[in-house]
Design a protein around this ligand. Structure first.
Ligand code: HEC
Ligand code: HEC
Length: 366
């Protein structure tokens, strides 16, 4: 696959402007690694994943909300077809995504973008590849209604939930102060609370950050050093190594339409500002080894290829094969303990529960 349409030779000239300080250049293969120093530098740029959810804006992570949110996350009856749940595209056993280039939703339609993982998503400054949802609460209302995802309406979702005493009880427990607990907003709040618990602590990298010098291999340490010195860290930093800022995909060199389809202008669709053409959120890199394929287009299956492509598109640097391998080895150290999520038993449907849309108009309805 030809990832770049044009030659990248001129980029060699631009590269020094973008790379980190010269001290970073001495990352030669056989050199001895000063762990204490590397750990200190890394701690200035990254944070380990905590074991407990953070405080949420306008929501509280109570056990009742988490329990309800978990039921909602797995309930296919929130979709028009009763066939698709959040878990269909954000599978708990597959790193919180679907390992599809782009997801399959209502009527077997493929959506336009790759599904990002929901694990650790609570730490992203905004949700979606273009950041159009401010937080997980706002985000959760999107897929239920999106025609290529669950294709439902808020009214129908609320009618579905209200039709089941099992759910009404759970909403009452989760929102004890509310006069009318079963609402679309509270559904979103519960989904947010549940997703805030989907954290993956204790990755090898996090252990290293905490001072365990043997948690990374020598190759991974060289990869970490290169990740910082070549400038990846300029966009991929913080607790999620990304998920914070927006950058042109192709800051230096725009990838070919094969990887960057020209009809998806990214953040431009949100801000309508010309400079936001093909601007996307720097992808969070936690668990990246298990969330292939890569990029918003989901067109790249190999992590090595993704790394090498980033070198050219974002840094104007053709990374050597060795550098690509080392950086990739480092990225593989970002896989943490996967959440152990118990599959919930869902409340029984009743005669009042709307049928899957396909059967709604059926004369022999009940
Ligand atoms: C048909 C597949 C599909 C279903 C069903 C689905 N999602 Fe998604 N989800 C996606 C895709 C694709 C994106 C990225 C869309 C974009 O960026 O424009 C996404 C994005 C997200 C994100 C943003 C993560 C980030 O880092 O930006 C969260 C959180 C999320 N979905 C949660 C949910 C929840 C909760 C549900 C159920 C109510 C749900 N999804 C149902 C496919 C799906
Ligand atoms: C100027 C900012 C910037 C720099 C520098 C940068 N990236 Fe990225 N990175 C991004 C953006 C933006 C995306 C999302 C692109 C898209 O799919 O639209 C991304 C996506 C990725 C992905 C895909 C993740 C996924 O889940 O799909 C990987 C892997 C990655 N970057 C690694 C790197 C590495 C390694 C470096 C250094 C060689 C690097 N990046 C440098 C901004 C940057």
């Amino acid at each position: 696959m030809r990832l770049f349409p044009r030659t990248t030779a001129w980029l060699v000239l631009a590269a020094p402007l973008l790379t980190a300080p010269a001290a970073a250049q001495d990352s030669g293969g056989a050199q001895k690694i000063d762990d204490a120093q590397l750990i200190e530098r890394a701690n200035e740029l990254f944070d380990p994943i905590p074991t407990d959810p953070p405080e949420l804006d306008g929501n509280t992570v109570t056990p009742e909300r988490v329990k309800l949110g978990r039921m909602l996350f797995f309930d296919p009856r929130l979709s028009a077809s009763h066939a698709i749940s959040c878990n269909s595209c954000h599978q708990m056993g597959l790193g919180g995504d679907d390992n599809q280039p782009t997801s399959i939703g209502h009527g077997w339609q493929r959506g336009p973008r790759n599904a990002p993982t929901v694990f650790n998503a609570v730490f992203n400054s905004a949700q979606f590849w273009d950041g159009r949802a401010e937080d997980l609460e706002q985000q959760a209302k999107g897929p239920v209604q999106a025609s290529v995802e669950m294709a439902n309406t808020p009214d129908r979702a609320v009618a579905t939930l209200s039709s089941m005493p099992g759910y009404v009880e759970q909403f009452e427990a989760a929102f004890p102060q509310a006069e009318d607990p079963v609402t679309f907003d509270n559904m979103a709040k519960a989904l947010e609370a549940f997703q805030a618990t989907l954290l993956t602590p204790n990755s090898r990298f996090d252990l290293y950050l905490k001072g365990h010098e043997n948690a990374l291999s020598a190759k991974q340490k060289r990869g970490l050093e290169e990740f910082m010195s070549t400038g990846c860290v300029g966009c991929h930093n913080g607790v999620n190594l990304g998920g914070q800022g927006y950058y042109p995909f192709g800051l230096i060199e725009k990838p070919g339409a094969e990887v960057l389809p020209r009809d998806d202008k990214g953040r431009f669709q949100v801000t309508k500002t010309a400079s936001d053409n093909y601007v996307f959120r720097a992808a969070p890199l936690r668990n990246v080894a298990i969330t292939q394929p890569y990029f918003h287009s989901g067109k790249v299956w190999s992590l090595e290829t993704a790394v090498s492509l980033m070198g050219i598109s974002q840094l104007g640097q053709e990374l050597s094969e060795e550098e690509v391998e080392e950086i990739t080895a480092f990225l593989r150290s970002l896989t943490g303990d996967q959440p152990r999520v118990e599959y919930p038993v869902l409340p029984e449907s009743t005669d009042a529960t709307p049928l899957p849309v396909e059967f709604e108009e059926s004369p022999a309805k009940r």
